[in-house]
Design a protein around this ligand. Structure first.
Ligand code: ADP
Ligand code: GN1
Ligand code: MG
Length: 369
C-alpha cells in the first residue's frame, strides 16, 4: 500500500528531482485513474514555468525499474524519430527529468516512486470530445504512434502489467471476485453480472485469434484514451501521445477499441444517467478515418475486419474491470465518490449494448474504408 500523500512527501520528491528554478507551488493535475499527478510551478529571471511530477502507482506497477526502463527506451526512440523529422521533441513526446543523482525516478522514504516530466505546454488533454476534429486528430496521433512503434525492438520491452488486455483472463478475474464477494455487493449487481456472463464467449474471440496467428502481436500503447493524447492549442493536432506506462506487446485492434470506448461515447465515463450514454457512430467513423490514415498501411485485413470487435471487447473488458474493482472493495481505480466504479461499469455496458445495436454499420464502415 502506498503511504498517504503529505506535503512533506511531495516536497521531498520535488527536492530530489533535478527541476530548475525556485519552487513556487504545486497542485493536483489531470484526471488519470492510476498515478498521482501534480503540476509544479517554478520561477527565475522574471519567468515562471512548470513541470509534471508523478507518484507512480506502485501497487499496480510493482517493478518500477522495468517500467522506467521501458519509458526511457520508448521516449529516447521517439526523440530520435522526431528529431529526424525536424520536430520539437520537448513537445512531441514525454521527456523524463532525472533525479539529482541522475536516476530516472526517485524512491522516497516511504518506498514511493516519483518521476518528473517536462510539461508539454500549449496543448491540452480532453476528457470528452468537444470538437469532432480533436477526436480525428487523436486518431491520427495514436495511429502514427502505433506505426512508429512497429520498428521498436519488442524484445527489449518489459511486460509492466502481465496479461493486461487478456480479456479471457479478465473474465476469470471477474468470476473470482463474484465468487469471493468480499464486500457483500454481489446481491446488488445481478443485472450487471448477468450482462457480463451473457458475453463470456466474446471475451475469447481476439485472444484466440492472436494465439492462432490470425492477428499479429505488435508493440502497442494499451491505454489509448483521449486524455492520454495532448492536443495542440493552436493547430488542433494530436501533438504527443503520453501515459506510456503500458506500452507493451499487444493487439492493434485493442488500441483502436480503447479510444472508441472512451471518446466515441456521448457521455462521461461515470455518467449516472444512462439515457445520455450512446456510442456515436459519427465519432466512430471519424476515428476510423483518422486511425486508418496513419496506421492503415501497417494493418492486415484481419486487423481491419476486427476493429469493431476490438471496440466492443475493450469496452466490455473495461466494464468488467470496473465491476471487479467494485466487488473487490475499490482497490484499483482512483475514486472521487463511493459508487463511482459501479457508475463507470454501467456506462461501459450501455456502450457495449449500443455497439451491438449498431454492429452492422460499424462493420460496413470498415469495409468501405
Ligand atoms: P494516469 O496514468 O494516472 O492516467 P497520466 O500520465 O495520463 O496519468 O497523467 C494524467 C494527466 O496529466 C494527463 O491526462 C495529462 O492531462 C497530464 N499530463 C501528464 N503528463 C503531462 C505532460 N508531460 N505535460 C502536460 N500534461 C501532462
Ligand atoms: C486507467 O491511467 P488512465 O486513467 O489513463 C487504466 C486503463 C483504463 C482506464 C479507464 C494502467 O487509465 O487501463 O482503461 O483507466 N490504466 C491502467 O478509464 O490500468
Ligand atoms: Mg492517463
Amino acid at each position: 500500500m502506498r503511504a498517504p500523500l503529505t506535503d512533506a512527501l511531495i516536497r521531498e520528491a520535488i527536492d530530489n528531482i533535478a527541476f530548475d528554478g525556485t519552487l513556487l507551488r504545486y497542485e493536483r493535475y489531470g484526471s488519470g485513474h492510476i498515478n498521482d499527478t501534480f503540476a509544479v510551478y517554478f520561477c527565475g529571471n522574471g519567468k515562471t514555468w512548470r513541470y509534471i511530477l508523478q507518484r507512480i502507482n506502485t501497487d499496480i506497477f510493482t517493478d518500477v525499474d522495468a517500467l522506467m526502463e521501458n519509458i526511457a527506451g520508448v521516449t529516447s526512440y521517439l526523440r530520435r524519430e522526431i528529431e529526424a523529422r525536424g520536430g520539437d521533441y520537448t513537445r512531441e513526446t514525454l521527456n523524463v527529468v532525472p533525479t539529482r543523482d541522475g536516476k530516472s525516478y526517485y524512491r522516497d522514504t516511504t518506498g514511493g516512486a516519483w518521476r518528473g516530466y517536462l510539461f508539454i505546454e500549449g496543448a491540452k488533454t480532453y476528457d470528452t470530445v468537444k470538437d469532432p476534429k480533436d477526436f480525428y486528430n487523436a486518431a491520427r496521433a495514436f495511429g502514427k504512434f502505433q506505426n512508429l512503434l512497429q520498428s521498436y525492438p519488442a524484445a527489449t520491452l518489459h511486460e509492466t502489467i502481465v496479461q493486461f488486455h487478456d480479456t479471457a483472463k479478465r473474465y476469470r478475474d471477474f468470476e473470482a471476485a463474484v465468487a469471493a464477494d468480499i464486500k457483500g455487493r454481489v446481491k446488488d449487481v445481478q443485472p450487471e453480472i448477468e450482462f457480463v456472463r451473457a458475453r463470456e464467449k466474446d471475451t475469447h474471440v481476439l485472444v484466440d485469434m492472436l494465439a492462432s496467428g490470425e492477428l499479429p502481436l505488435k508493440v502497442t500503447h494499451n491505454d489509448t484514451k483521449l486524455n492520454n493524447v495532448m492536443i495542440d492549442d493552436k493547430t488542433g493536432e494530436g501533438i504527443a501521445v503520453i501515459d506510456l506506462d503500458t506500452v507493451m506487446p499487444g493487439l492493434s485492434v485493442y488500441d483502436f477499441g480503447d479510444s472508441i470506448r472512451f471518446g466515441a461515447s456521448t457521455a462521461a465515463e461515470d455518467e449516472k444517467d444512462l439515457n445520455k450514454v450512446w456510442m456515436d457512430i459519427k465519432l466512430y467513423e471519424i476515428y476510423l478515418r483518422g486511425f486508418l490514415e496513419t496506421a492503415g498501411d501497417g494493418l492486415t485485413a484481419n486487423e481491419i475486419q476486427m476493429l469493431p470487435m476490438g471496440s466492443k471487447l475493450m469496452t466490455l473488458e473495461c466494464g468488467m474491470r470496473f465491476l471487479t474493482d467494485y466487488l473487490s472493495g475499490d482497490v484499483y481505480f482512483r475514486l472521487h465518490y463511493p459508487e463511482q466504479n459501479l457508475d463507470r461499469c454501467r456506462t461501459q455496458f450501455k456502450l457495449v449494448a449500443d455497439m451491438e445495436r449498431q454492429w452492422a454499420e460499424m462493420e460496413a464502415l470498415g469495409k468501405r474504408a
